[in-house]
Design a protein. Sequence first.
Length: 265
Amino acid sequence: MADPARRHLLILGGTTEARALAAALDDALDAAAGLDGAPRSRVTSSLAGRVAEPRLPAGEVRIGGFGGPDGLADWLRAERVDAVIDATHPFAAVMSRNAAEAARTTGVPLLALRRPGWSPVAGDRWHPVPSLTDAARLLPSLGRRILLTTGRQGIGTFAHLDGLHFVARSVDPPEPPVPASLDVLLDRGPFDLDAERAVLREHRIDVVVTKDSGGAATAPKLTAARELGLPVVIVERPPLPAGVPVAPTVGAALAWWSERVSAPR
């Protein structure tokens, strides 16, 4: 039976920040264990299971969906969760909405851990668009050889674009539909600047398509594109659910959770 005195945090993960948060909390739990050796808190990281071989975070991990907001709410109650940190990808809009609804239903505090988005600098040729569909509509006017770094699930949006050649980079192979002219690079970041320069040159890329995921792990492609004077189509982030507080760093998220651990029930 779960110890009712222990505080339970659920991390909705899958990002670099989620793994860093789980690692920091795992170290803190070891350091703060009581005289009996039992940790004073419990941390569970949840992964969606969309990647065949995910990078697992430290500590307790569950993999798979919850069954929508109602299923997540049931899990929060059953597992006596005291708080949720949504550290999913900035484009995981459905999961973020489900988390917000489940938090409202159960009264469990929710925080979104979101790295800041990218900002253009002098020399960038950015074309911001609100969706992948808008990116596909814009591409024929910008070039013919496209580097797609939007994830395998969005590649089908470009399947109808005959006359363009795509180079798509993803962790796992994409499933149909896909563009007729497509090369797939199976790779996982972070990517350094030299590697990004090589990809753009070897594949004769003249347009880059990406999502505004932010962070340093995949930012070098933007520098490489700027050096070569290439246009970059950037899909803007979906908004977070209204009323959800945001922490821009792992440290801020740790402070938020520490306040809840120390507060009386």
